[in-house]
Design a protein around this ligand. Structure first.
Ligand code: FES
Length: 159
């Protein structure tokens, strides 16, 4: 049975995606429920994810500092980044856990650095790097339209 396609969260379509042509990315059997795959077209790395809400396509770049989320872990709709413990909800586009570096959330609200339980807190000496972390704002995901045709997952990628 073909997987469903998840609705794109309101206001989070990738710029230019609504006019883009669909292209086949992956056969549906290559993306079982609960899995994610990176597929590259040109210089765009796309993360295809089969969530409980259906298949979504976003950039394979963490909305924080661009690490490949395909190397992270997936739990339902929640993808965990391999770099700074950031966790993001692919079904809503919203963060669910700030990166350990702290910084600005998508609304521009500052969050301090933090350490996972059982780990020493990091000293963050003042200076340019600390300032860069403090002012790094991560954004919500931008979604590419997805459709399923003849057993293929197709994605509309702006050129
Ligand atoms: S790059 Fe993903 S949480 Fe920092």
């Amino acid at each position: 049975m073909n997987p469903r396609v998840a609705p794109v969260p309101e206001g989070l379509s990738a710029p230019g995606a609504s006019d883009a042509a669909f292209a086949a990315m992956l056969a549906t059997e290559e993306l079982p429920a609960g899995t994610m795959r990176r597929v590259t077209r040109g210089d765009v790395d796309v993360l295809l994810v089969n969530t409980p809400d259906g298949v979504v396509a976003v950039d394979d770049r963490c909305p924080h500092m661009s690490a490949p989320l395909s190397l992270g872990t997936l739990d339902g709709c929640i993808v965990a980044c391999p770099l700074h413990e950031g966790r993001f909800d692919l079904c809503s586009g919203f963060p669910v856990q700030m990166p350990t570096t702290g910084g600005l959330d998508p609304d521009g609200v500052y969050h301090p650095t933090w350490s996972p339980a059982g780990r020493e807190g990091k000293v963050d000496p003042p200076g340019l790097k600390a300032e860069a972390r403090r002012l790094t704002r991560f954004r919500r995901f931008r979604y590419y339209p997805v459709r399923i045709v003849d057993g293929q997952i197709e994605v509309a990628l702006p050129v």
